[in-house]
Design a protein around this ligand. Structure first.
Ligand SMILES: Cc1cc2nc3c(=O)[nH]c(=O)nc-3n(C[C@H](O)[C@H](O)[C@H](O)COP(=O)(O)OP(=O)(O)OC[C@H]3O[C@@H](n4cnc5c(N)ncnc54)[C@H](O)[C@@H]3O)c2cc1C
Ligand SMILES: *[C@@H]1O[C@H](CO)[C@@H](O)[C@H](O)[C@H]1NC(C)=O
Length: 550
């Protein structure tokens, strides 16, 4: 009672008022940030423009008359390291802090239709050296693979057992929170050739390790491209060293999928915000039009419907940085200069074409199996993985989780991984756009047919998405996947020169991907928390240590 009374009386910050934050955008970055802050007792309000939560990671549904309801994934489908209880995964750490988590479904493989032929092998060591390399590699392929893994091992092991990235913060207190894990830092200093090798492009690492086998190099470049949006010439060795340990070490590897789909991860974070903070709220259809600045401080937001939301402690912008910039209506020169200087060296990645298909499953396996894996990729040629429409990725989540489609049916998502030029879709007439959309659908069906040859006669529902769809629903300028970050450079951090304004999401360090977006939100939250609060949240991450055999 007392609190309500005084809160009504005053507008400035008062010690008895709860500290509160407003988060713009419900992508994994914004939600992770909000959920960590809620876990530390902050009152969090998340404003999402779309009618679905999750941003790139949202799930949507469609009812097909006389058949029933289907659910579709719009974004990520490749997850790993999440079913381990003691895990190095940054997303897992956020979920452990929040105390909410989906159920994980584990599976063993993805299929790939490569220029050489079909590659249908389980993750891990065994099938790669027994089936894959003897079939497509040169005479020395197995030996080179073993040498590569041996060279990677000290790096992989140092990274896999490194301090949690959640110990990071962008201020001068970081030695304290990182210092807690000093023992875990030591292996990074004993990497042969020095820790600087971690930020070297993976291609240079392969050269140094004497890995010349064409097939291995192409296969790993594809792996890198699918994980991070760049082939091995541009991806950092650190990312590959971590992922090779995660998926190709001997024993104990698997792929993970959240029961209920990507939305289950989103729901876990939302539930954290709504239950852990006294009046946590997560709003859809709440488009933020302006970040309010008063006396040189970000103090809240104005929604499209006119409502004003005050944030006594912080406004966190989890959108693309271009959107963040556009939300500041009154010029703040230091902030403009910051956005300009810090991001000017990065180019946006390209966009997507998508198709979502519901289809009849008669005569097909009902669950993920080697004959019908839940994921497959198609690569047309090796010359340029980034070329438009060279690669397609397909996932069938209903093979892992039967809740995605009515019995006897499946739900599928196919897309080109950030290779569709935005320019190709500009200034089209309505007819031209429709024609181009049909053509995009036809192209994607060809990739689906590699695994399900008669797909077209099975279809009961389809929806094609274009770069325009992507830009409109996700509010991504140019429908881009995110920023192109070459090995050796890093995206900017999460504080800004405008007091009270923080940024997170795939425009900020470390960048694109589910674990990275979660990590950006986590670091952003740490900046707002005191060292003592930050420290006590870290207690919730279970210790892990892996003796890698690779
Ligand atoms: C097709 C596809 C497949 C992918 N596959 C994988 C994968 O297999 N593995 C993997 O790790 N990663 C994958 N990713 C990448 C990963 O999904 C993204 O990097 C990550 O989800 C981005 O999260 P984010 O929080 O940075 O941003 P976003 O998800 O873009 O969230 C930003 C949110 O802000 C909202 N917003 C913007 N402006 C406003 C405003 N003015 N007011 C209110 N709200 C606003 C948007 O609507 C959006 O919901 C994939 C991405 C795509 C698109
Ligand atoms: C504006 O939207 C918010 C979030 O949905 C809602 O709580 C508020 O009541 C709305 N305000 C008006 C004036 O409609």
């Amino acid at each position: 009672m007392l609190r309500v009374y005084f809160a009504r009386q005053s507008h400035g910050p008062c010690f008895w008022q709860p500290k509160d934050v407003v988060v713009i955008g419900s992508g994994l970055g914004g939600l992770s940030c909000g959920a960590v802050l809620a876990s530390a007792g902050r009152e969090v309000t998340v404003c999402e423009s779309h009618y679905r939560l999750g941003g790139a990671c949202h799930t949507f549904s469609a009812k097909v008359p006389e058949i029933g309801e289907f659910h579709f994934e719009s974004g990520p489908s490749l997850y790993s390291g999440l079913s381990l209880e003691a895990s190095p995964s940054q997303l897992k750490h956020v979920l452990q802090i929040v105390g909410e988590e989906p159920e994980w479904i584990s599976y063993d493989r993805w299929n790939a239709f490569l220029p050489e032929g079909e590659v249908n092998v389980a993750v891990g060591y065994q099938e790669v050296v027994e089936k894959l390399l003897p079939k497509y590699g040169g005479p020395d392929a197995v030996g080179q693979w073993q040498r590569l893994m041996a060279e990677l091992k000290p790096m992989s092991s140092a990274l896999y057992n490194s301090p949690p990235f959640g110990a990071l913060r962008d201020d001068s207190f970081v030695p304290i929170t990182m210092g807690r894990y000093a023992r875990r830092l030591l292996p990074l200093f004993s990497i042969p050739g020095g820790a600087a090798r971690l930020s070297q492009p993976f291609e240079a690492f392969l050269d140094e390790a004497g890995v010349s086998d064409k097939f291995i190099r192409n296969y790993l470049s594809l792996f890198s491209f699918l994980l991070q949006g760049l082939p091995s010439y541009g991806s950092p060795t650190s990312m590959m060293a971590y992922m090779m340990a995660d998926l190709y070490r001997k024993g104990g590897t698997c792929l993970d999928y959240p029961k209920g789909g990507s939305e289950a991860i989103v729901q876990a974070l939302v539930s954290g915000i709504e239950t852990k903070s006294p009046s946590g709220r997560v709003w859809t259809k709440a488009h933020v039009e302006e970040i309010l600045v008063e006396s040189g401080r970000a103090v809240g937001v104005r929604l499209r419907n006119g409502s004003i939301l005050r944030a006594r402690e912080a406004v966190i912008c989890g959108t693309d940085v271009g959107v963040a910039k556009s939300l500041i209506k009154d010029k703040v020169p230091e902030l403009e200069a910051h956005f300009q200087d810090q991001w000017s060296s990065f180019e946006p990645l390209k966009s997507f074409i998508h198709i979502h298909v519901a289809f009849r499953g008669e005569g097909l396996p009902r669950q993920h199996c080697p004959e019908f894996p839940a994921q497959w990729g198609v690569v047309d040629h090796w010359e340029d993985l980034e070329a438009p429409r060279n690669c397609v990725l397909v996932s069938v989540p209903s093979l892992l989780d039967d809740g995605f489609a009515p019995e006897g049916y499946h739900s599928l998502h196919a897309y080109t991984p950030a290779t569709e030029p935005w320019e190709d879709w500009q200034e089209l007439s309505k007819d031209e756009y429709q024609r181009k959309k049909r053509e995009a659908g036809d192209f994607l069906y060809k990739a689906i047919q590699r695994q399900v040859p008669d797909i077209r006669s099975r279809v009961v529902f389809e929806k094609v998405g274009t770069p325009l769809t992507h830009a409109r629903f996700l509010r991504k300028p140019r429908g881009a996947y995110g920023w192109r970050v070459l090995a050796g450079s890093n995206l900017p951090g999460h504080t800004t020169p405008l007091p009270g304004l923080h940024v997170c999401g795939d425009s900020t360090y470390p960048g694109i991907g589910v674990p990275s977006a979660a990590m950006s939100g986590h670091i952003c939250a740490n900046n707002i928390l005191s060292v003592a609060e930050h420290w006590s949240l870290l207690d919730r991450i279970p210790e892990w240590q892996y003796e890698l055999d690779m």
